[in-house]
Design a protein around this ligand. Structure first.
Ligand code: BGC
Length: 450
């Protein structure tokens, strides 16, 4: 029997971006600086000295960009709000001009029949709050709830799907443990505290939503499944540690109200005894969970690696993306079924999935051919369909990303877009993957049968 890849009738097809990666004009109209504005302007932090000063100039071109979405037939668009545009000092005074940008964007999306999905925090903490200790300060949960409330009052109803945080693991691993991302700290003592306060903030944001909002709120995690390199007890234990650190460290406090025991083993004396009451705050009812899936890791025991004592093993004869990630679509199916088994039958969205492959800086012709990315999309959508067949309550998919953008400290060197962006002229050109995605949306997946 031939398989049909048609998706459920109410399945939502979308694409995602984030504020600092696309907007540009980060200080326009009274916005305050964010930690990314500071980091990008610190010499040596960004590949090629790139910054988000212009990025995709979306702050000024958002209407044209909504037309790009419309041309794909997108039903939903996931974007993030730059906290420091709305609250330049992070708390207190609201900058109406900054808020107005998001009101205009949301209006434009709705007028074009595209459902807005807003993420409140995609890594660009106001610098003024970093000066007060950032995520290391327990007050950060209250700062976040105050900001969230401003947004809910301004936009709930027109925005019907909210997320508190995007990928808290990346914030703490990159920002507080290894230092490759803003704010660039390197401390085994700080990382668990920042992680914990992020999850307290997410909980406080959800509580604020219950008081002010009437639709859906959730949180977005990056989940990277871990597979053992060998069946040796050492490799199995290393795999458990890697999984607990990257995946369960965030989803457990949010959905189970606890931490996995491996974290104490990993961090040793640096693992704090968190007050039991905190878990009442971290564990709030969510309406959905967003999962960002890119790749897997095969893990081996490695005592030289700090602090996990585990390292990834590169797989022979496999395709790797330009960011060094193995193309492994079965991991998407496995992630979704694992999530359901561990946390229960929560409605799930894939809030990001995509790949960076080599594209030229300037696109010639009307469509840019990108066969590796097209293959990645096709394989991952089929893997997604398998998860639905296995009983996962999967409600939608957002491709990462609508267009090439600032890949954080890797600058403009890595391209994930459905649309190619020529950063010298801001010209957008659809890639073949965009064309395939438009056909997927139009046929609700049936085109994947071919
Ligand atoms: C992030 C995006 C990022 C993408 C590709 C995710 O970790 O949410 O902001 O661009 O992956 O690295």
């Amino acid at each position: 029997m031939t398989r049909s890849y048609r998706f459920p009738e109410d399945f939502l097809w979308g694409a995602a971006t984030s504020a600092y990666q696309i907007e540009g004009s980060p200080l326009a109209d009274g916005a305050g600086p964010s930690i990314w504005e500071r980091f990008a302007h610190t010499p040596g932090m960004m590949v090629g000295g790139d910054t988000g000063d212009v990025a995709c100039d979306h702050y000024r071109r958002y209407q044209d960009d909504v037309q790009l979405m419309k041309a794909l037939g997108l039903q939903g668009y996931r974007f993030s709000i730059a906290w420091a545009r709305v609250l330049p000092e992070g708390t207190g005074r609201v900058n109406e001009k900054g808020l107005d940008f998001y009101k205009r964007l949301v209006d434009e999306l709705l007028e074009n029949g595209i459902a807005p999905n807003a993420t409140l925090f995609h890594w660009d903490l106001p610098a003024a709050l970093d000066d007060r200790g950032g995520w290391l300060n327990r007050d950060s949960a209250h700062w976040f709830a105050e900001y969230a409330e401003v947004m809910f009052k301004a936009l709930d109803g027109r925005v019907q799907r909210w997320a508190t945080l995007n990928e808290p693991w990346v914030v703490t691993d990159g920002g507080y443990l290894h230092g490759a991302l803003a704010p660039g700290h390197r401390s085994k003592y700080e990382a668990p505290i920042a992680a914990h306060n992020l999850m307290r903030a997410s909980g406080a944001g959800i509580q604020a939503y219950r008081a002010h909002g009437k639709h859906e709120i959730g949180v977005v995690f990056n989940i990277e499944p871990k597979y053992p390199h060998s069946p040796s007890p050492e490799d199995l234990a290393a795999t458990r540690r890697a999984h607990a650190y990257m995946n369960e460290q965030f989803a457990d406090p949010a959905l189970l109200g606890s931490y996995p025991p491996e974290l104490k083993e990993i961090f040793g004396a640096a693992w704090p005894d968190f007050p039991a009451d905190d878990f009442k705050l971290t564990r709030q009812k969510v309406d959905f969970v967003g999962i960002n899936y890119y790749t897997r890791a095969v893990v081996k025991n490695d005592p030289s690696q700090y602090p996990l004592k585990a390292s990834p093993v590169r797989q022979p004869n496999k395709t790797y993306t330009e960011t060094g990630w193995e193309v492994f679509e079965q991991g998407l199916t496995d992630t979704l079924t694992w999530f359901k088994d561990r946390y229960g039958d929560i409605p799930l969205y894939i809030t990001e999935n995509g790949s960076a492959f080599y594209d030229p800086p300037v696109a010639e012709g009307e469509v840019l051919d990108d066969p590796l990315r097209t293959g990645y999309l096709r394989k991952h959508l089929r893997a997604l369909h398998k998860a639905i067949d296995a009983g996962v309550q999967l409600k939608g998919y957002y491709a990462w990303s609508l267009m090439d953008n600032l890949e954080w400290s890797l600058g403009f060197s890595k391209r994930f877009g459905l649309y190619h962006v020529d950063f010298a002229t801001q010209k957008r050109t659809p890639k073949a993957t965009a064309k395939l995605y438009a056909r997927v949306i139009e046929s609700n997946g049936a085109v994947l049968d071919d």
